[in-house]
Design a protein around this ligand. Structure first.
Ligand SMILES: Nc1ncnc2c1ncn2[C@@H]1O[C@H](COP(=O)(O)OP(=O)(O)O)[C@@H](O)[C@H]1O
Ligand SMILES: [Mg+2]
Length: 345
């Protein structure tokens, strides 16, 4: 089975400890070969120059959190996806660092709790929204863009705080358009009227922000990070602190926690619906129910893999804990090989 590994500059394939830390790419390639895969490599230079132009190939790609590279990569990979199999798949690429698209995607896969609303303007906030409600910025990590809003006014204030103020340059330009363009006409557009046009322009230039609203699951003192790599499920419990509902970013990890009943089945049912060998899930568990707060198929934190004592896997219908560590590169390579052979259960 053939595979292209598309790395960043200098063989970068992320992420390891942090987004800017690469895995050992030579080790990853070695492990992929141990799994029986024929591995070719290309990097972003090859993508930029157009010399990387494969057809009917499996492409495992690295990604980036940096906005300009992320946008560029999305454009490039979008076209590669027309003729090749992207790993993770194209929709999961679009989910990355985009909680809005991620919600639309998970909903299309039948995963619709907690309920969410992906909006671009406060006027679309439903009148029957259940409060308190969780407001999330579209990108962001470590809970920096996640807020609890107790009522409609607090929600509006929070959204407003996410939006930058109109810049002095825009304000000045508005005055110029309004008061210094008295004689201006536009041939073919007899309706042009400078004052109204200036006000319409200002309205159009008003900064805004898209955002996600998510039903609040109250009373949790932790969430669970489950990382599914092929048929292996790594678990880590993350504790909240100081009356704050957010477990992400607290750095209070528990790698020994036993999974609550049904949690791993839930994680597995999601992994089976998403087209990827690697999936990181942030799950809330309450009253026997599971709630998907967030997921990533690439560039997720890997602590649950490297710091836990082992992983869970299903054997004859029940979950078994398999003790023992393996390197990140080996784990990813084996998970990918399983996925490509269609052996993930
Ligand atoms: N709908 C929710 N109800 C209750 N707690 C939530 C909800 N969404 C997120 N959280 C908490 O907030 C944390 C951060 O949210 P998350 O969407 O994972 O953002 P981030 O990308 O910053 O990690 C989660 O780890 C969880 O503890
Ligand atoms: Mg999270």
């Amino acid at each position: 089975m053939e595979l292209y590994l598309l790395t960043g500059y200098n063989g970068f394939y992320g992420q390891s400890r942090k987004p800017w830390v690469s895995l050992s790419t030579p080790t990853l390639i070695k492990e992929l070969r141990v799994c029986g895969l024929t591995v070719h490599t290309a990097d972003w230079h090859d993508l930029a120059s157009g010399s990387f132009n494969p057809r009917d190939c499996n492409i495992l790609y690295t990604f980036s959190q940096l906005t300009h590279i992320r946008d560029w990569l999305k454009d490039q990979l979008h076209f590669l996806a027309e003729r090749n199999r992207l790993i993770p798949s194209l929709p999961l690429l679009l989910c990355h660092e985009n909680k809005g698209y991620a919600w639309l995607y998970q909903k299309s896969k039948g995963i619709d709790t907690p309920r969410a609303w992906y909006l671009c303007d406060p006027r679309d906030i439903p009148s029957d929204l259940p409060y308190p409600i969780v407001l999330k910025t579209i990108s962001g990590t470590n809970a920096r863009g996640v807020f609890l809003c107790r009522g409609h006014q607090e929600l509006l204030d929070r959204i407003k705080a996410l939006v930058p103020a109109i810049s002095p340059t825009v304000k000045l330009d508005h005055l110029r358009r309004r008061y210094l363009r008295g004689g201006r006409t536009y041939p073919g557009y007899p309706g042009f009227e400078p004052k109204r046009d200036a006000d319409d322009w200002l309205q159009y230039m008003r900064p805004g922000a898209a955002f996600l609203l998510q039903e609040y699951i109250s009373g949790l003192d932790c969430d669970y990070r489950v990382i599914a790599i092929g048929s292996k499920f790594y678990l880590m419990r993350r504790l909240t602190k100081g009356g704050d509902f957010r477990a992400s970013g607290t750095k209070r990890f528990d790698f020994e926690a036993a999974p609550p009943a049904g949690l791993l089945d839930y994680a597995r049912s999601i992994a089976q619906r998403f087209d990827t060998p690697f999936l990181s899930l942030d799950i809330g568990h309450k009253g026997g129910n599971n709630y998907l707060f967030e997921f990533q198929a690439s560039h997720f934190g890997t602590a649950a893999i490297v710091r836990s004592q082992g992983y869970y896997r299903q054997v004859s219908g029940s979950w078994e804990f398999c003790k023992g560590g393996s390197s990140l590169e080996q784990t990813l390579a084996e998970g990918l090989a399983e996925y490509l052979r269609g052996q993930v259960n």
